[in-house]
Write a protein that binds this ligand. Sequence first.
Ligand code: 13P
Length: 216
Amino acid sequence: MADIDAREEALRLEIVEYGRLLYTRGLAHGSAGNLSVRLSDGAILVTPTNSSLGFLTPPQISKVDPNGTHLSGDPPSKEAFFHLAVYEERPEAQAIVHLHSTHAVAVSCLCHEDTTNVLPPLTGYHVMRVGPLPLVPYFRPGDRKLAEAVRAHARDHRAMLLANHGPIVAGKTLSAAVQAYEELEETAKIFFLVGNRKASPLTCEEVGDLNRAFPS
Ligand code: 13P
């Protein structure tokens, strides 16, 4: 029991520290974004609703059971339900990052003919850390229909892009999810820097080779 409590305390602190890092790096602004980690009993720790990720304290972090019932801490993120849907669909996922970072959100506001993967494989690290990025149709933040739309893509994707909203990235640890999120935002930035110039994304063979060499 003491071990479980110590682990929960360590994870609360980790959420606080990564929240501050993402805020300091300009990836989280205002009260946008939410982070979560899964506990061994299936409950999750998630950032509180309407909070700035830059100024959290460990006791404020919300604990929510697998049905979404609030157990402790401040009232949870209104997106806790899409976090729970991703955890249900991806047993390997132990942490989730959702932010409204500028370049990724800009991609989410474009018209996409093919919504199965809305960023080209411009770099090896994008393929290795993010993978195919489907566009999830728009629903208002906090809508349970958004959680169900996320669920539909979560099993086959580490990362998803919510239309007119922002990315969700799952990882085996919070550190891995944060790194993958940063890679996604940098790829979105590169995508706009390349703009209408003729780009040479990686070929299907090169993507396949990366996926074999670095399985997710
Ligand atoms: P919360 O403040 O409820 O976490 O919502 C912020 C957000 O990013 C909505 O998508």
